[in-house]
Design a protein around this ligand. Structure first.
Ligand code: GLN
Length: 244
């Protein structure tokens, strides 16, 4: 169980989303509330992606979020209109390393996966065979999440719309590996797309901003739980839900 969040809206300081809230991602890295029995800490690294002048920038570390001495100053100095952040609890069998931490990304996209692919890697061998070798050779890390991003990226590069790319990826992985948990976040810095398949997901919509998160990071009454097996599409002004 990892925990992730996506913010879209008026310029916000990374620290105001990731470090300062009463139940921030920082706190969720050692005391998640909605672990659901899957794990107790998210200490196998973290990552933050935000949109700067020239597109997305990523900062990923394999240390627990609480142990990074550089993060408080960096997060305090960074202001953005789109921010995707995650803390990681490595699925058993997956390696730990900077490159295994979300967000994954390229071509102006940022992506995160909360969950796992059941029966990895044998269950998705046929899906992997369909990917071009150049895609397989540029996987960030030998993990289910990095592979999932490679599937989504391939569909986006083939001209698929982002919501359709997530829907197809969920359907194909769920068919090949039925017990998988597939909570994805995807953004181009303007719009956000999130699947809720097997893990908790919440949305908080306030004037001029929206946050999607694995669990609420504060006690604001606007947090709304997303039902399982749904795709959420959002921009700062609101969101829509579609059953998967
Ligand atoms: N399976 C992914 C990994 O190992 C994500 C883990 C999670 O959601 N806990 O990185």
């Amino acid at each position: 169980m990892c925990r992730h969040l996506l913010y879209l809206g008026e310029p916000a300081r990374v620290s105001s989303l990731v470090l300062e809230p009463s139940h921030s991602l920082l706190r969720q890295s050692w005391a998640p509330r909605l672990a659901g029995g899957h794990s107790t800490v998210n200490a196998d690294g973290f990552g933050i992606g935000w949109y700067g002048q020239d597109g997305p920038v990523r900062y990923r570390r394999s240390t627990p979020m609480w142990g990074d001495e550089n993060l408080p100053a960096l997060a305090n100095a960074t202001v953005a209109t789109a921010i995707l952040a995650a803390v990681r609890s490595a699925t058993p069998g997956m390696p730990v390393g900077d490159a295994a931490c979300a967000p994954f990304g390229s071509d102006g996209w940022l992506f995160s996966h909360n969950g796992f692919i059941a029966g990895w890697p044998d269950s998705i061998a046929k899906l992997a065979e369909r990917l071009p070798i150049t895609d397989l050779l540029t996987v960030d890390a030998p993990t289910d999440s990095a592979f999932t991003w490679t599937m989504v990226r391939h569909l986006l590069r083939s001209g698929e719309q982002p919501d359709a790319a997530l829907i197809t990826t969920v359907a194909e992985i769920a068919a090949a590996a039925p017990a998988s948990r597939l909570n994805f976040l995807l953004t181009d810095g303007v719009r956000g797309y999130a699947s809720c398949v097997g893990h908790s997901l919440f949305v908080r919509c306030l004037p001029g901003q929206v946050v999607i998160a694995s669990e609420p990071f504060d006690d604001h009454p606007a947090w709304t739980s997303i039902p399982d097996n749904h795709l959420l599409t959002t921009e700062p002004s609101g969101y829509t839900l579609e059953e998967l």
